[in-house]
Design a binder for this molecule. Sequence first.
Ligand SMILES: [Zn+2]
Length: 716
Amino acid sequence: MERALAENRLMSLNRRDFIVVPAATLATSLFAAAAPAVPWQRKIRRVGQTNMTEHDPAVLDVEQWADYWASLKVDAVLISVTGILAFYQTKVPYHRKGRFLGDRDFFGECCGAAKKRGLHVIARMSPDLNWEDAVEAHPEWFQRDAHGNAVHHTEDPRLFRTCMFTTYMTDYMPAIMREINSLYDVDGMFTNAWPPLGALPACYCEQCKNLPQPGTMDYWDKFNERTIYLWKLYDSIAKEKKPSNFYFANLGGGIRSTANLVKLGEVCEWFQCDNQGRGGDDTPIWGCALQGRVCHAVQEGKMATNVTGAWSTGTPRWRNVYKSRQEEQMWFNETLASGMAPYHHIIGGENGMGEDRRWLQPAREYFNWMARHDTHFANKRSIANLGVVMGQRTHLFYKPPRGTLMREYMDGMYYTLLEGRFLFDFVHEDKLAPEDLSQYTALVLPNTALLSEDQCQQLRAYVDAGGSLLATFETSMYTERNVPRSDFGLADVFGIRKAGDVVGTVGNAYLARIEKQHPILDGFSDTSWIPGAENRIPIAPVDGPVLTVVPGFVAYPPELSYPIQARTNEPAIVVRQKGKSRLIYFPGDIERTMWRSGHTDLARLLQNSIRWVAGAKPPVTIQGDGVIETFAWETQAGFAVHILNYTNPAMHRGWVRDFYPIGGQKVTMSLPQGRRVSRVELLRAETNIPFGGGSGTIEFTIPRVLDYEVAALYCA
Ligand SMILES: [Zn+2]
């Protein structure tokens, strides 16, 4: 199998300023005074957390707990203060002490044990729930349903949901934070369960009655304002302790994150992804790597961690039982490959460190392996030259055609890119300025329906400067406020014009008739047509179309399953070349249809098309068998090429329960001028391998990849 990756000139100006310098080196360096101060949280490589339960003061062995996390070489631990149940002798009203706390200072003991071992301590709080006595004393703190009733927690009806627009967040939580500052030597503060993940809140309390209707764009504005306001407030409280302290919160949710990630990225020091793992459902294997791409798109090289749940994620879940070791390991692999720091998360310390102790040793081995190779995981920049636009607004507000789900567009495009072995980054829709796009020769817009006039203008300027674009379906058919346009915002760029409303499928979807040969049709012989897509926007005829629409017809009965109209002049694709710029527009929801139908023609057509727009000189190519995901970074030590082996029966469903090795992967990589490779080491196999070239271009073959391999290139 021969597959090419996208091009990169390795001359990017978009260099990420992610410098990791061990503290000891700084202290002893003669030049330490001249070096820019690197905040401690940017030097973190590993994080650990035993998520404390109410019972832990009675059962957790604090010394064993601290020894365990120190043995994983973590840089920080999260210790529960909470807000739902206090783990210390609080004086804040309605901060209820846990049943097993007694007169102990459990938080203080844990904090002291961690500090004794040189670990940073993050105080963890949960502002999302409180008890009935608080509802009676402070009815204004709580979420209300449309009838005005306080909203119970769905699992434990003794708890009620608080509202983020109330004084719970500006009085109660700050009181706890300041109490912690007054009592303990903490290094940062974290809130779990706020901001909410995946869906915006819908509340009818007295405060929220003054807000726009939940679920609207106007509501989102207020939500973002409030989120940034609270974030800055909590950060300022954290800094009252010492200036190096900071606040961060629960994020994650992939592309469908609630807060505007670019705005939040300006104030967020640590992107904590609560993206703990898959269950038995059909979540694809790459969920964690996708999350890493989101962080990279918005974080400008700041700290990002992905919380990996050692516990049994999914439905039903078992919070206190270990999941499949291989599944957990693949999540760690994806965390590292995509540029985040791994975070091992276990729940509760029954019987010392848990009744189920199977989750202790595998993470210790993995984290210690990683610690031997830290300089290769300190990334300076991605060397991908293909950008995939992540339309956060589209994922939150766009209503796709009936019967379809927004995530299917990205799942389909993601799988297509992996199968085609493309090297790519995500690019956020709010980061399309020339300096954001300078490293990319092409951008892919998977049904990026919502785009502002300014964003369209930025894409137009990108094309005028020689950049290439591939877009699908309703891309640019809505403004950034989700208002439909009469024609595409990018109509002039692609040379297209809307000629009707979205056409769906009853029975047999439309076909794409081959009108003339083109590199995007490589591999299609002995056929006059290929599949179209499930939904399409009719567009006006163009000169010299490559594919035209054969309208759909019934699938049953077969007697009637033939085209009523065998030929039209409606384009099924529009292909243009404007100077250096190559442009492809698909009127169909081709990536989503590929995902739903599994049709290999659609994957091939998309891959050929992406390859054509991306250009002929990829920065890295990896040839070999198997379905892999790849990342390539410039690192502290040189370069690193990461290969995740997804060739596994659990790729699309369920947990990984075993690994299936793939054979030789031949890597060819362009090197920037002046960089010379002196050694190639496989970090998983912990062995050096031979290579050809070394300046200009380098070639080597990774003989075998079990679940994950990293080829570390040492540069002179
Ligand atoms: Zn409310």
